[in-house]
Design a protein around this ligand. Structure first.
Ligand code: GRF
Length: 192
């Protein structure tokens, strides 16, 4: 069974889609820990409702180094195979990437390498692309860089706003992340 740690900062809808897929029996994955940097994040209650251990590690008033050291201390106490970022709004340092014992993957709301960084859906609407979507990729030192593991496409309509496009992309995200985890669990895709 693939043992994952999920990092998040907010709403937690991607996290929920993974929990739902596990509960339906379709995904042979165990979420061993949720790490949240925002004490207000709705994701905390979602984890607790599902009896998943949560570590709330706020980043306020400490340096990035201290924050990451606190996360590493939590990770050292558990056994895990993969870290999954799901709306985690902090950039992880190269030192952190080297210090964890597993790969890290992330979901991003655009067809990378187009529109990395913040407000990817607004970037797509502003640019006027006809198609956007979502990407699950391996995290490396480049923002939203790293090997692409899977993507799904969403048509951009002429009257789309950032919000309407984001909502349709999010529906695809909720299918894509569990699907990629399924393929990782069964060895159908490789992270190297
Ligand atoms: C998603 O759009 C994800 O692609 C991006 O942040 C958002 C997180 O949403 N990285 P949620 O917390 O999973 O609902």
């Amino acid at each position: 069974m693939l043992r994952i740690v999920v990092f998040g900062s907010g709403r937690g809808s991607n996290f929920e889609s993974i929990v739902d897929a596990i509960e339906s029996g379709d995904l042979p994955v165990k979420i061993v820990l949720v790490i949240v940097n925002n004490p207000e994040a709705p994701m905390i209650d979602k984890a607790r409702e599902n009896y998943i251990p949560v570590a709330v590690i706020p980043h306020h008033q400490i340096s990035r180094e201290e924050h990451e050291e606190a996360i590493l201390r939590e990770l050292e106490r558990i056994d895990y195979d993969l870290i999954c970022l799901a709306g985690y709004m902090r950039i992880l340092s190269p030192n952190f990437l080297r210090s964890v014992k597993s790969k890290i993957i992330n979901i991003h709301p655009s067809l990378l390498p187009s529109f990395p960084g913040l407000h990817a859906q607004k970037q797509a609407v502003d640019y006027g692309v006809k198609y956007s979507g979502c990407t699950v990729h391996v995290v490396n030192e480049d923002i939203d860089g790293g090997k692409i593991l899977g993507q799904d496409v969403v048509e951009v309509k002429s009257d789309d706003t950032e919000e309407t496009l984001a909502a349709r992309i999010l529906e695809k995200e909720h299918q894509l992340y569990p699907r990629i985890l399924f393929d990782i669990a069964f060895g159908n895709i490789h992270l190297d």
